[in-house]
Design a protein around this ligand. Structure first.
Ligand code: C2E
Ligand code: CA
Ligand code: CA
Length: 738
């Protein structure tokens, strides 16, 4: 049979030893005196005053009946002769009423004046237990009271003990059936002899089917477990009179379905011999499922199903430990998609998600089973590749394959988008010994791929490391360049060949680095754009240039130069909105005439956030400020925006102008730009003109505004006035040559 105390101890239930409040606050036993004579009642009360009892009195039979139904008395002293209902009648009614709700008869002792035989018979017939003759002997009254009091207290104790036993029985019954755990009792042959309802429910079995069968039919051994039944944990524990706890086991339900359980088996030993055991178990399938989900969340990227960054780091560390032991070599590939930001910005995040998923699918396709891939975040992926002997070759081979698979366009919402992939590769142990360093080196190499034109791969090298360090230093020092007054502007004149005069100047930024000397904008503008510093730099440039232009144009200074001012505005400044407010503030502060201001933007500006950009450009145009497209022809965006934007000018990029005389393609491009500008009624400026031939070509094909070293390099602000004063002669002499 089940040993309840044993089960309780297994379940950790402990009965607390509390003080017995029931006896501390228990009311005194009650005695009822029924007598119509007040003096009798009083004298009896007086006689029993020292007894530890509570005396209640009734003056007649019906009051006695009422009191007897209300209180539980241990004894009644009943006068026989009373007006109305006599004592016998009262006794009969009390007993008849009492019997219905108690199995213990209320003892009633009659107090009677007559002790004749008839009277005594009546006494017992009516249910009395005894009688006392009047006038009563006080000692007899006290003695009888004591006896019945004692009997009552004894009975009470027995009752309480019985109640306790009953409560304990009910409690353990409840426990066994509602424990939430399956409980199975086993005999000494490990045959099931009892099972609670939870056990039956969990095993989908009837109690009658379980009882009599071996526990072996319930416990199933895992497939990869080659132990025999005799070696199984439960049987071994039993044979050693021990207990065993299994956190993750499988039981058979009926029809062979498996059930994940946690179980405890305890052997029962009685009189030094093994006497079966108790098996407690609970269903852990839900817990396992939740745990599985948590693992999934903690280790895998939800979008692609690949490992996440955290898991990648930990796998890399594990693999490197193994690689060290077995002298394996490893290539770590760090990948970053090209132009992914444009997809996200222009086509939305859902499209971005599709690209990431498709990229993950393509990458997995390139890998061998032994390679590990993870999404490191955003559009970055990491691959751990175990190398064979020709390590560089196989590292490069994988990178080439990956780049090749990205040549196929991504189809997003029925549109084809070309998204390349830049890769950096670091080798273990050649480049780094730890996972973190390896990732850092691969990242550096990846950065090199991006800088060299994207859609390619590079192996890490120490020179790269140096370049990276220098780059990082530049980023840091650029942060303080403005406040240290290391940034300044130079101005390059723009010439009108028809009027033979300087019509404008382009403000160009310079950085005089305290250690490196002059750093060109080609180097620091991209850094400023990446680090977000471009907004502060751009605003400073606009303010400084406008202040300068105000000085030039002001009649009071005596200069009164009539030139317009071109200021470059970076794509990042425009694409995030708010630039028009900056411009308005600068115009208000400097009081420069908006009509002399021209902002140069590049075509790529429309690739990022076109709605915001177009709205900004329209506001700018409403201020009366001109807008020119810089580096025209180098961007890849659609020409349709030319009709939409409030433009006044196109600038032909220097790359088309250089070597113009020997490069027919560039000639064709320049001619079509000039035609386009003319048909859209836009002015056109040829930039980067260095030679007489270049000037001649542009002049004869209708481009009459020129900027280039042939006339002037960018010069300091205070040189502009002299340059303009001298310019007419110089311009005329140069035009005369062509
Ligand atoms: P950009 O806007 O196309 O400016 C013209 C660049 O071509 C200037 O280089 C100028 O010095 C150069 N250039 C002009 N004529 C000739 C020539 O005949 N031969 C040669 N070899 N070069 C010539 P710079 O000043 O180095 O500026 C380079 C680029 O940096 C600029 O190209 C512009 O994109 C950016 N940049 C410069 N200043 C600023 C600025 O204040 N804000 C922003 N956002 N970008 C700027
Ligand atoms: Ca420019
Ligand atoms: Ca340009």
């Amino acid at each position: 049979m089940l040993n309840i105390a044993f089960i309780e101890s297994l379940l950790g239930i402990k009965t607390l030893e509390s003080p017995d409040f029931s006896t501390m606050f228990r009311p005194l036993p009650k005695l009822l005196i029924v007598d119509d004579s007040p003096s009798n009642r009083m004298s009896m009360c007086e006689t029993l005053r020292n007894a530890p009892i509570d005396i209640i009195c009734a003056t007649n039979g019906s009051e006695a009946v009422r009191l007897a139904s209300k209180h539980r008395f241990f004894l009644v002293f009943m006068d026989v002769n009373m007006p109305g209902m006599d004592g016998f009648e009262t006794c009969e009614i009390i007993h008849s009423q009492h019997i219905q709700d108690s199995h213990v008869t209320l003892p009633i002792i009659f107090i009677t004046a007559s002790s004749g035989a008839g009277q005594v018979d009546r006494c017992y017939q009516s249910g009395g237990i005894d009688f006392i003759a009047k006038p009563y002997n006080e000692k007899i009254l006290v003695a009888k009271t004591k006896i019945f009091l004692h009997l009552y207290q004894e009975r009470l104790r027995t009752c309480e003990a019985l109640i306790e036993v009953e409560t304990a029985r009910k409690r353990s019954e409840l426990l066994v059936h509602n424990a939430g755990e399956g409980i199975i009792g086993l005999d000494n042959e490990l045959i099931i002899h009892s099972a609670n309802s939870v056990a039956c429910a969990l095993l989908l079995s009837k109690k009658s089917d379980l009882i009599g069968s071996s526990i072996r039919t319930v416990i199933c051994q895992k497939e990869d477990d080659d132990k025999t039944w005799e070696e199984s944990p439960l049987v071994r524990a039993y044979s050693e009179s021990q207990n065993v706890h299994m956190e993750d086991a499988l039981f058979h339900r009926s029809f062979g379905q498996p059930l994940s359980v946690e179980y405890t088996f305890a052997s029962i030993v009685s009189n030094n011999t093994l006497d079966g055991g108790v098996l407690l178990f609970q269903d852990i399938s839900e817990r396992k499922e939740t745990a599985g989900k948590l693992i999934q969340l903690a280790q895998f990227d939800q979008l692609t199903g690949l490992y996440n960054r955290m898991m990648f780091h930990s796998l890399l560390d594990q693999i490197l430990t193994g690689a060290n032991r077995y002298s394996t070599e490893i290539a770590l590939h760090f990948l970053d998609l090209d132009n992914f930001k444009d997809v996200n910005d222009t086509l939305g995040h859902d499209a971005g998600d599709i690209v990431i998923q498709e990229a993950a699918r393509r990458l997995k396709h390139c890998l061998r089973d032994s390679d590990i891939i993870a999404r490191l975040g955003g559009d970055e992926f990491g691959i751990i590749q175990r190398l064979d002997e020709q390590r560089q070759v196989s590292g490069a081979y994988l990178a080439e394959r990956i780049i090749e698979t990205f040549q196929v366009p991504f189809t997003i919402n029925n549109t084809d988008a070309f998204i390349g992939c830049s890769i950096g590769i670091a080798l273990y142990p050649e480049h780094a010994k730890t996972g973190a360093d390896l990732i850092k080196d691969a990242d550096t190499a990846m950065y090199k791929s991006k800088q060299s034109g994207r859609n390619q791969f590079h192996f890490f090298s120490n020179e790269m490391q140096d370049q990276m360090m220098q780059h990082m230093e530049l980023v840091t020092s650029l942060k303080h360049a403005l406040e240290n007054k290391e940034i300044f502007l130079v101005y390059q004149p723009q010439i009108d060949l028809d009027t033979k005069s300087v019509v404008g100047v382009e403000a160009l930024m310079r950085w005089l680095h305290p250690k490196r000397g002059l750093v060109g904008p080609d180097v620091f503008i991209p850094i400023a754009e990446q680090s977000g510093l471009i907004n502060a730099l751009g605003e400073w440039c606009l303010l400084e240039a406008c202040n300068q232009a105000k000085k030039w144009s002001d009649k009071e200074t005596g200069l009164a130069l009539e030139v317009y001012l071109s200021v470059n505005v970076s794509t990042n400044q425009l694409a995030h909105g708010g630039f028009s407010k900056v411009l308005k503030r600068v115009l208000d502060v400097t009081q420069v005439d908006p009509k002399i201001l021209k902002l140069e933007i590049t075509e790529t500006v429309l690739m990022q956030n076109p709605e915001v950009t177009i709205a900004e450009l329209e506001k700018i145009n409403q201020f009366g400020v001109d807008i020119a497209i810089d580096d025209f022809g180098t961007g890849f965006s659609s020409l349709s925006y030319l009709g939409v934007l409030p433009l006044t000018c196109l600038k032909i990029d220097r790359c088309f102008v250089t070597d113009i005389c020997s490069n027919e393609t560039n000639q064709k491009i320049i001619l079509s730009i000039i035609n386009l500008a003319q048909s859209l009624e836009l002015s056109v400026i040829g930039e980067g003109v260095e030679t007489e031939e270049e000037l001649e070509f542009l002049y004869h094909h209708g481009c009459r505004k020129i900027q280039g070293y042939y006339f002037s390099k960018p010069i300091a602000a205070d040189k502009i006035q002299d340059f303009i004063a001298e310019s007419k002669k110089v311009i005329c002499s140069k035009i005369a040559l062509i």
